[in-house]
Design a protein around this ligand. Structure first.
Ligand code: SF4
Length: 456
C-alpha cells in the first residue's frame, strides 16, 4: 500500500481519537478479571508472586507518590492535595511497606534494574524525603550496575538549581518533567503555568548536573491547534532534552469533561488530532527520539524499555500496580485503607489477576511490539511452545492488512505508521482479547478506579 493509503486505513479502521483512547503506556488491561483479596489471603498470595519471580534476576521498582499542589485538567491519575501531615504519614507507611515486602523475601536473590518515582508530583516531597525512600530501597535490595533512577517532576518544584543538584547527589539520575505544551492559552485552560524560559532553564540545570532529562508532551489538549503543536516542536528542538515522550490527551478527568461540555469548540476533532500525531511522531523520528513503538535500547528510558521486555515490576504505594509475567496486582487505592493495613503489619494488596497462558501470550505480544525489534518468534516459541503466527493468525492478518504490523527478521513488529499509532494498535489487541472472552466485553479507561477529582 502507498503511505497515504495506509494512513487512511489506520484513520478509518484503527484510530480511536481521544474519547475512546485508553492507553498512554499500554499494558494488557483487563479489569473484568480482577479478583479481590481479603487481608488474611495476602500472605499466601505473596508466595505465588514469589514463585512467579523465581526465574528473575532483575526487577523494576515503581514508587507511587500521589500528591500534587493543584490539578491539571489533562490529569488521569487523580492525585491527593499536597499536605505536609498527609505526606508525612504516607511516607512512613511507604517505607514500612518496602520493609514488609523485604521481610517476606520478595527481593531475595535479585537486583533492581531501574527505579521510577511517579505520581502525582514526587517532587512535592522534599529532597530529604526522597532520600529516605531511595536509602530504604537500597538497604533492602541490591541495585544493578548503572541502575536508572527516575523521578517525575513538576516544573514549579525545580526553580532552585541547588535542589536539582541535591536530587542528583541523593541518587536520582534522570528527571522527567511534565510540560505538555508551551502554548500559554492552552496551559491556562489546563490549569498549568510553565513557560518556555522556565523549561529551558531547568533542562540546562539538569544537564549541568550530569543527570538525564525527559520532557513529557501532549497532543489533543483543549483548544490546541496544529500551529501550536508545530510551535511546540520548534521550541523543543531548541531546548533539546535527552528524551521526549509525546502522548495523546486522554479525556477522563471530570474537570476537562465539564470544560468540554461548557465549551464544545475546545475539543480537538479527530481529523486534527490524527494530523497532530503524524506531525509529532515524524518529528520524534527525525530528531532521534524513541518512545513506545520505537525503543531500540534502554538509553532514553530504561524503566519503560525493560517493562516492555517483560521485566517484572514491583510497585510500592497506594493504587500502585505490580506485574510479574503471570500475575498483576494492585495496592488499595484509598489512602486510609492502605495506611491502616500497613500499620497493622499487613501488605495492602487489594486485587489481582492470574493471567491465563493465552493472556500471557497476548501480553507478550502487546509489550514486545512496542520495542522496535518486536516480538521474537523463536523466543516466543520456546517460552510458550506455540507459534505466535498461528496463535495470533487472525489478529496478525487484520493488523498487517491495515499496514500496522509485519513479520521481519524473525520477529513480529510494527511498521513505521503502526509505530506512530502504537496506542491504537495496542487498544485493538486488547479489544481482541476481550472479544475472545465475551462478545459483550468492552474496554474501560485505564484510570478506572479513580473517578473523581480530588483536588478541587
Ligand atoms: S498531571 Fe498535574 S495533577 Fe496530574 S499528577 Fe501531573 S502535576 Fe499532578
Amino acid at each position: 500500500m502507498e503511505e497515504n493509503e495506509i494512513l487512511n486505513v489506520i484513520r478509518n479502521e484503527l484510530f480511536y481519537g481521544s474519547a475512546d483512547y485508553t492507553k498512554s503506556q499500554p499494558d494488557l488491561f483487563i479489569p473484568h478479571r480482577f479478583k479481590m483479596l481479603a487481608p488474611s489471603q495476602v500472605d499466601s498470595f505473596l508466595e505465588k508472586v514469589k514463585e512467579s519471580l523465581s526465574e528473575e534476576d532483575e526487577i523494576l521498582l515503581y514508587v507511587h507518590l500521589p500528591f500534587c499542589f493543584s490539578e491539571c485538567l489533562f490529569c488521569n491519575s487523580f492525585p491527593h492535595k499536597a499536605d505536609k501531615e498527609a505526606q508525612k504519614d504516607y511516607l512512613s507507611n511507604l517505607l514500612k511497606e518496602i520493609e514488609l515486602l523485604t521481610v517476606r523475601g520478595v527481593f531475595k536473590g535479585r537486583k533492581a534494574k531501574c527505579i521510577y518515582l511517579g505520581g502525582g508530583t514526587p517532587t512535592s516531597f522534599s529532597n530529604n524525603d526522597i532520600k529516605l525512600i531511595l536509602d530504604k530501597i537500597s538497604s533492602c535490595i541490591d541495585l544493578s550496575e548503572n541502575c536508572s533512577v527516575t523521578s517525575e517532576a513538576h516544573p514549579s518544584t525545580l526553580s532552585d538549581k541547588q535542589r536539582i543538584r541535591e536530587l542528583g547527589d541523593i541518587g536520582i539520575n534522570r528527571l522527567s518533567l511534565g510540560c505538555q505544551t508551551f502554548d500559554q492559552k492552552v496551559l491556562l485552560l489546563c490549569n498549568r503555568k510553565n513557560t518556555e524560559g522556565q523549561i529551558a532553564r531547568i533542562v540546562n540545570d539538569v544537564k549541568d548536573t550530569g543527570m538525564s532529562i525527559n520532557i513529557d508532551m501532549m497532543t489533543g489538549l483543549p483548544g490546541q491547534t496544529i500551529e501550536g503543536v508545530k510551535k511546540d516542536l520548534e521550541i523543543l528542538g531548541g531546548i533539546r532534552p535527552d528524551s521526549v515522550e509525546y502522548i495523546r490527551h486522554e479525556i477522563v478527568n471530570p474537570l476537562v469533561v465539564k470544560l468540554y461540555k461548557d465549551n464544545p469548540g475546545l475539543v480537538v476533532d479527530n481529523d486534527t488530532l490524527f494530523q497532530m500525531v503524524c506531525i509529532t511522531q515524524e518529528w520524534m523520528s527525525a530528531n532521534g527520539y524513541e518512545q513506545n513503538g520505537r525503543f531500540t535500547d534502554d538509553t532514553q528510558w530504561g524503566y519503560r524499555y525493560y517493562w516492555l521486555k517483560e521485566m517484572p515490576i514491583i510497585a510500592f504505594g497506594s493504587r500502585a500496580r505490580s506485574y510479574t509475567r503471570t500475575i498483576c496486582f494492585d495496592k488499595h487505592e484509598e489512602l486510609s485503607v492502605y495506611s491502616n493495613i500497613i500499620r497493622k503489619g499487613g501488605l495492602p494488596v487489594g486485587r489481582y489477576i492470574s493471567l491465563t497462558p493465552k493472556e500471557q501470550m497476548y501480553r507478550s505480544l502487546l509489550l514486545n511490539i512496542q520495542v522496535k525489534r518486536g516480538l521474537d518468534i523463536k523466543q516466543f516459541q520456546s517460552r510458550f511452545t506455540a507459534d505466535p503466527l498461528e496463535v495470533f493468525s487472525s489478529l496478525f492478518s487484520r493488523l498487517s492488512g491495515y499496514g500496522c504490523l509485519q513479520q521481519e527478521g524473525g520477529a513480529i513488529n510494527l511498521t513505521k505508521y503502526g509505530a506512530y499509532f502504537v496506542e491504537d494498535v495496542c487498544d485493538y489487541i486488547i479489544d481482541a482479547v476481550l472479544k475472545e472472552e465475551s462478545k459483550s466485553l468492552a474496554r474501560t479507561p485505564h484510570s478506572e478506579g479513580g473517578t473523581s477529582s480530588r483536588l478541587c
